[in-house]
Design a protein around this ligand. Structure first.
Ligand SMILES: NC(=O)N[C@H]1NC(=O)NC1=O
Length: 174
């Protein structure tokens, strides 16, 4: 699907197709739909970034809270969204031994206790060792620093999901 086709989608189809570019936050797609037509995918990405940045800090934290833990209960029970499942698998989080799972659970819990939202990182561009290391490093951030950092990760995840949608369809056309 190219940007022209995206611009032609009805509101319902736009939200159905793009509703999870920000994890479990279809309100983001619902909000930017009215800014069509987008001259490029980059412009759509910018509209999403602007929407997120305009949220109050509580809204940004709400978006973060919609993210599942990495290597958490939802991965074990198979209840992740397909996108998250694929990203966590890409980082090797579905191939950890019991001690690695326990270590990640401990760090995730410590992080959530400190900041009040789950640790978010773009798993597709990372691996399990880097993720565990980043969890430890980012635990040292201030609340405001960490919220801003986590929101940047949400935008990165969103860009890759969007490009995946565009690219997947281009491949289908070949
Ligand atoms: N907690 C967290 O970072 N979750 C996310 N990261 C990612 O790449 N996909 C997710 O669902």
């Amino acid at each position: 699907m190219d940007i022209g086709a995206i611009n032609c989608l009805s509101y319902e189809d736009f939200v159905r197709i793009l509703g999870n570019v920000v994890e479990r936050c279809p309100v983001v797609a619902a909000a930017v739909w009215s800014s069509r037509p987008f001259p490029s995918v980059a412009a759509l990405e910018a509209a999403i970034d602007d929407f997120i940045e305009a949220l109050p800090e509580s809204g940004k934290e709400g978006i973060l809270r919609c993210h599942p833990d990495l290597a958490g209960r939802e991965l074990q029970s198979g209840t992740l969204t397909p996108e998250s499942r694929e990203e966590q698998g890409h980082a090797g989080l579905d191939r950890m031994d019991a001690s690695e799972v326990a270590r990640m659970a401990r760090l995730n819990a410590e992080y959530k206790e400190r900041f009040g939202f789950p640790f978010v990182i773009c798993a597709r561009t990372s691996d399990k060792a880097t993720i565990a290391e980043q969890l430890r490093v980012r635990l040292r951030n201030t609340h405001a620093q960490e919220r801003a950092r986590a929101v940047e990760e949400v935008k990165k995840i969103c860009r890759l999901r969007l490009r995946g949608l565009v690219l997947a369809d281009q491949n289908n056309k070949l």
